[in-house]
Design a protein around this ligand. Structure first.
Ligand SMILES: Nc1ncnc2c1ncn2[C@@H]1O[C@H](COP(=O)(O)OP(=O)(O)O)[C@@H](O)[C@H]1O
Ligand SMILES: N[C@@H](CCOP(=O)(O)O)C(=O)O
Length: 328
């Protein structure tokens, strides 16, 4: 039996997108975990980055305003540029040149999902450009599904990506072995009780999510897993129906204590807030602290944070709809 001789695959020629095509994307910050919902729960906050991408005849111009200005690269290594180019290439298209303007308000490396939001922005910008020139034909829901699957794959967990894509309070989960499968990530969005306010205390220091993830143990005692699973279920009820249960519902044993040595000031603030009966948790992988409270609690968070050092306190509504994109 003769073996088939395989010729090396030639790189596919990419078709250039028409010069002048432009898209503007807005994407919210997200707070993941919410205590017991590690790698599953997330909340979109009305603190939005805006990205405008315009196809140029040649060259690359990246302008970053606000968060990340002077620190993120402004060449082809820029996260949004990389994701945008790769997503277009996956569909057989390329940018002859690109003008990218990023107006950033989401702080980087603070546990507010900046990297997930940047990835979602790059993916939504790519889909928006492809839709604008009519080379893909997909519904809004299909675009969001594609962006959720691909951003979750790139992040390695779907809890920031889901609220960035869909808004609100989301529960996300992965399915199957193939992270690129169109059904690889699912999420549901639940309505947050109208009395719930989300307050984020942001420190000056950064902590890379990769570093915080490296601090997690390979396993946890069964009792800790059981407690956390019960609180996660309770948190869904507390956030959507009975906010009086938020303090108990935000207890967990999977990640905050394990990561505390990397963010001692956050651990201290968290403890002081909880002693006062406020439902404080580490936002994402930290070091920001999220407090789920009511209108009366907002002032107490401001006072406590001011007494504990330098914290930038944001009292933001939940962002209801997630990423949006428009041509032009
Ligand atoms: N808008 C952005 N543009 C370019 N790079 C970004 C942007 N947002 C985040 N990043 C990159 O992601 C890093 C932060 O990611 P990460 O450690 O996951 O923290 P978090 O997502 O919690 O803010 C930044 O240091 C930067 O390299
Ligand atoms: N579940 C993740 C969430 C990371 O969120 P980020 O905003 O810090 O990127 C984790 O806890 O590692």
């Amino acid at each position: 039996m003769s073996e088939a001789v395989s010729t090396p695959a030639r790189p596919r020629a990419l078709a250039p997108l028409p010069v002048g095509t432009a898209v503007t994307v807005r994407v919210p910050a997200t707070s993941a975990n919410l205590g017991p919902g590690f790698d599953a729960f997330g909340l979109a906050l009305d603190l939005c980055d805006e990205v405008r991408a315009e196809v140029l005849p040649e060259g690359l111009s990246v302008t970053v305003e606000g968060q990340g200005a002077g620190t993120v690269p402004t060449d082809g290594r820029h996260l949004v540029v990389r994701v945008l180019r790769e997503e277009l290439a996956a569909e057989g298209y390329a940018l002859p040149g690109l003008n990218l303007l990023c107006r950033n308000v989401i702080p980087h490396g603070r546990g507010l999902g900046s990297s997930a939001s940047a990835i979602v922005a790059g993916l939504a910008a790519a889909r928006g450009l492809l839709l604008a020139v009519g080379v893909v034909d997909e519904t809004d829901e299909q675009t969001r599904t594609r962006v959720l699957v691909e951003s979750s794959r790139r992040e390695g967990h779907p809890d920031n990506a889901a609220p960035a894509v869909h808004g609100g309070f989301t529960i996300a989960w992965t399915r199957g072995e193939d992270p690129t499968h169109p059904d690889a990530v699912k999420s549901v969005r639940l309505s947050v009780h109208p009395d719930v306010r989300a307050v984020v205390c942001v420190p000056e220091v950064e902590l890379a999510t990769s570093r915080a993830r490296a601090l997690l143990p390979a396993g946890v005692p069964h009792a800790d897993a059981a407690l956390t699973a019960g609180r996660a279920g309770l948190l869904v009820h507390a956030l959507t129906a009975d906010p009086s249960l938020l303090l108990d519902a935000t207890e967990e044993r999977l990640h905050q204590a394990q990561r505390a040595p990397a963010m001692p000031a956050s651990a201290r603030l968290l403890g002081v807030l909880r002693e006062q009966g406020l439902a404080a948790v580490v936002s994402g992988a930290g070091p920001s602290v999220l407090v789920l409270t009511d209108a009366a609690g907002v002032a107490r968070v401001h006072e406590t944070a001011a007494a504990q050092g330098t914290w930038d306190v944001h009292d933001r509504p939940v962002h209801p709809t997630g990423v949006s994109w428009r041509v032009g």
